[in-house]
Design a protein around this ligand. Structure first.
Ligand SMILES: O=C(O)CCC(=O)C(=O)O
Length: 273
């Protein structure tokens, strides 16, 4: 789709992020911002992202042959590096500005993007914390999660344990049945409110902190839950010592193996604003 890029609408205008979103994000560790992309903008970008996700998807197993993680979604990462149309979306200043405002910083850098497509009949996403995977020396990180189609709870709505972000990494589990069970007890014992939207329009987005505990139910509809995510970190973040194999993988894959202690500023991690 690279030849179509100049026809894609620009998403670089900077808007004022509503104060109530900033307050909610800081207090609860997540917020939902409505109407970030218009219906026309979604109509332009949705096919571009879907086409790129389909082109680079490597999951070919039948649903019943996959483990819990594999059943949760098709996960296609860093499409901005291989598709110019997706790059225009992922590096959009409109999106980066909202992330920066919520995080209370002047500028953000890209950690990576991922298309997370939950197939019809796809399983639940177990409870987890994203930042368990990241060798980054700040917890000022954020994930934007944007549906490219209208979704409701039956399609796998992202679900948050509100106020659960401020103790860092809680368990040493990757996303799995074990993380689901351990976090489920933890969330109940701590009486964190469970928060999720009933519906989201294509072009709305949730934003959550790297340590906010979250999960999603399965997709009980007959439609694909098309989600595009972008993970940002505060500009000025440095590489931290990888704590386990998952972080060693991320260090090589998303941080170009920059030495521990160095500023994260490689071409894989551009500033957005
Ligand atoms: O899309 C999902 O089901 C889970 C998404 C998620 O965990 C994330 O974006 O951090």
């Amino acid at each position: 789709m690279d030849t179509q890029v100049s026809k894609l609408p620009g998403l670089d205008d900077l808007r004022k992020t509503p104060e109530e979103n900033i307050r909610e994000f800081q207090e609860k560790g997540h917020t939902l911002v409505r109407n970030i992309l218009s219906a026309d903008e979604i109509a332009a970008y949705e096919p571009v992202i879907v086409e790129a996700a389909e082109r680079y998807n490597t999951e070919k197993r039948k649903m019943q042959d996959r483990d819990t993680y594999g059943k949760a979604f098709l996960q296609i990462m860093n499409l901005w590096r291989v598709d110019e149309g997706v790059k225009k979306f992922v590096l959009a200043k409109r999106l980066g500005k909202i992330a920066a405002d919520l995080m209370g910083v002047e500028n953000v850098r890209i950690y990576h993007d991922q298309a997370l497509f939950k197939e019809p009949g796809g399983g639940p996403t177990p409870w987890h914390q994203d930042q368990y995977y990241w060798p980054i020396d700040t917890d000022n990180t954020i994930t934007m999660w944007m549906p490219l189609v209208d979704i409701d709870v039956d399609m796998g709505m992202l679900t948050f344990a509100s106020n659960s972000f401020d103790k860092g990494s809680i368990f040493d589990y990757e996303i799995s049945d074990e993380s689901e069970s351990a976090f489920d007890d933890y969330v109940k014992n701590n009486k964190f409110p469970i928060t999720r939207a009933e519906t989201m329009k294509a072009g709305d987005a949730t934003f959550h902190k790297g340590f906010t505990i979250h999960n999603a139910p399965g997709n009980n509809s007959d439609r694909m839950r098309e989600i595009m995510t972008i993970i940002y970190m505060a500009d000025g973040a440095r590489v931290s010592e990888p704590k386990h194999q998952w972080q060693r993988n991320d260090h090589a894959k998303w941080l170009m193996s920059k030495p521990v202690g160095e500023l994260i500023d490689s071409e894989l991690n551009p500033k957005v604003l």
